[in-house]
Design a protein around this ligand. Structure first.
Ligand code: ADP
Ligand code: MG
Length: 573
């Protein structure tokens, strides 16, 4: 069968197809354009979007601008003012380095640029549409550059077919700008979509303020500072308290030398620091920047996704995790959020302004009713009057001026966690009382798990376990710590052995995980009936336990309805 004549693709078509690989969606164009603005020294960047960026992207900056001759050169493929030698590639100080962004955008969209260099008397304008170029011609304009791209992918309809809804594309664009803002809080950014302002980051220079603008105000109050220098690497940034965690990794942003990158190991290291503090399906809010010698990083693994590789991946993982863990150690957890009963509150406006999935609905629809100041001091809990148990799940108590509802499992877990921590640190007065098992438990896991855990320093005897190797494939447990529920002994022991032999080198992290596991297996369950005596004992212990009112998994253990909340809820004021 004869096919049609082979023709050389028309140049413009070929260029458009190639450009569509580089600029695969509006957000990719936004990213390149704002990076150009930053490279040009802009202090303020405004991005306007229509139709999710497909109909229009406009980026306005107050950077150094271009002279007319630079303007016409800027759109040639591989035109760049930034890379002169190959060696520069390894020491990327600027974002752009390939000189293909503007030519690619011009190949897939109708572009107008108006630019005025700092020392020029006038602005010049240039239009590129298909192969047709008009200008540069004199026009009015302030110092800086305004680039407008319309009708994206009009020349590559196939690419257009892959785009998602305008809403989703707009969200991706906002995300790109937000991430740029997080890497440069000293530059002001604003995004308008369909004429509505959806992001505004003032050039405050404060990462915390930018994180509040991007992730929501609730995040800003509880940020923990990360700072660690070791092995020639510096880890800096801010991470959120467990309470501000999200249901996705959307609010985890990693950078290397100020450049937004994607690196699974770093994400895993940050999440790992929260293990035991956050359930596996919750992710912290975090912005972490690594400062490393550029020659130890390969940034060009993927031209658009900015995936990187480090020469020593293990070192980076360890440092990031340790840095975050140290920061979390300093945190006393506080503040409980309740679903809003009262109306008003500033968090809402922010949430409505974003047409994106960038702000999570959970964070937006909740209001912190118990702020840091209204937080009940736990010392005060000593004076609480026990009222009773509800549904075998909650303890109810009257506080000085309100009502407390205590999640019995979480509260008990928290109390036990602290005492196990003390025991693990070897600071307890005597070994944990052991409780002989009527029938020893046989665990078919092979003695290797046990020997590894012992070699890693796990002192099972001090914790109340009596364990030995029983045959080739079996570990035998004949006594367990008093307090562990009988049916939980096996699971608890296996978990302990796995944590201890898991290779975590930081003793603090290891102890935290062990204590969280032991506490979980020995705490009264959600659903267990408690006697008045047990309940009073728990309230007393809770009052004397330091470190805030959440359980080791970051869930709140105590919810206090203050007099103020009650009066508001019953419309008495
Ligand atoms: P690159 O950024 O890799 O150099 P681009 O195609 O993105 O390549 O840009 C080409 C050139 O155009 C840049 O090197 C720069 O000189 C100039 N340029 C682009 N955008 C701007 C801007 N917003 N302000 C000033 N100059 C710009
Ligand atoms: Mg560029």
């Amino acid at each position: 069968m004869r096919s049609g004549k082979i023709r050389v693709l028309e140049r413009a078509v070929a260029e458009a197809i190639a450009a569509g690989e580089v600029i695969d969606r509006p957000a990719a164009a936004v990213k390149e354009l704002i990076e150009n603005s930053l490279d040009a020294g802009a202090r303020r960047v405004v991005v306007e979007l229509e139709g999710g960026g497909v109909d229009l992207i406009r980026v306005i900056d107050d950077g150094q601008g271009m002279l007319p001759e630079e303007l016409s050169g800027a759109f040639l493929p591989h035109a760049t003012s930034k890379l002169t030698t190959l060696d520069d590639l390894l020491h990327l100080r600027t974002f752009g380095f390939r000189g293909e962004a503007l030519s690619s955008i011009a190949a897939i969209a109708r572009v107008t640029v108006v630019s005025r260099a700092g020392d020029a008397a006038r602005a010049h304008s240039m239009t590129l549409d298909g192969g047709e170029i008009r200008g540069p011609s004199v026009t009015a304009g302030a110092v800086g550059t305004t680039l407008t791209a319309r009708d994206l992918f009009h020349s590559v309809p196939a690419r257009r077919a892959f785009l998602r809804s305008p809403r989703t594309e707009a969200a991706a664009c906002v995300r790109v700008v937000a991430e740029a803002a997080l890497s440069r809080p000293d530059v002001g950014y604003a995004v308008r979509s369909q004429g509505r302002r959806v992001l505004n980051c003032n050039p405050s220079g404060s990462l915390a303020a930018t994180m509040a603008a991007v992730f929501g105000r609730d995040v800003a109050t509880g940020l923990l500072e990360v700072g660690l220098t070791d092995g020639g690497v510096e880890v800096t940034g801010l991470i959120g308290r467990p309470e501000s965690a999200r249901a996705s990794r959307q609010a985890m942003v990693e950078m290397v030398n100020g450049r937004r990158i994607h690196h699974r190991g770093m994400t895993a290291a940050i999440s790992g620091a929260y293990r035991g503090i956050l359930p596996a399906d919750r992710f912290p809010v975090s912005v972490i920047n690594l400062l490393v010698d550029p020659s130890l990083v390969d940034v060009n693994v993927h031209p658009t996704k900015r995936e990187v590789r480090f020469r020593d991946e293990g070192l980076i993982f360890e440092l990031v995790q340790r840095a975050c863990w140290n920061a979390l150690q300093g945190a006393t957890v506080r503040a409980i959020s309740l679903p809003a009963v009262a109306s008003g509150g500033g968090g809402q406006a922010h949430a409505q302004a974003l047409p994106t999935q960038f702000v999570e609905s959970g964070a937006a629809s909740e209001q912190t009713l118990i702020g840091p100041r209204a937080e009940p001091s736990l010392a005060e809990a000593a004076g609480w009057r026990y009222l009773g148990q509800a549904h075998n799940r909650y303890l109810l108590a009257e506080t000085g001026s309100g009502l407390a509802i205590i999640d019995q499992h979480a509260a008990h877990e928290k109390v036990l966690y602290q005492s196990w921590l003390t025991e693990l640190a070897g600071a307890a007065a005597r070994p944990h009382p052991a409780q002989g098992l009527l029938v020893p438990i046989l665990i078919e896991r092979g003695p290797r798990l046990l020997t590894d855990a012992l070699a890693a320093g796990l002192d099972l005897a001090a914790l109340g376990f009596e364990v030995d190797v029983f045959g080739e494939q079996t570990i035998r447990c004949s006594a367990a710590p008093a307090g562990i529920r009988p049916e939980a002994v096996e699971g608890s022991l296996v978990e302990l052995l796995e944590i201890a032999s898991g290779g975590e080198s930081e003793a603090g992290i290891r102890h935290h995980r062990l204590a969280a596991s032991l506490a979980c297996h020995s705490a009264v369950r959600f659903g267990d009936r408690m006697t008045q005596e047990q309940a009073l004992g728990l309230l007393r212990d809770l009052a004397s336990t330091p470190g805030g009112i959440t359980c080791p998994h970051g869930r709140p253990a105590v919810l206090v309805l203050t007099d103020g909340h009650l009066l508001t809820a019953f419309h008495r004021r």
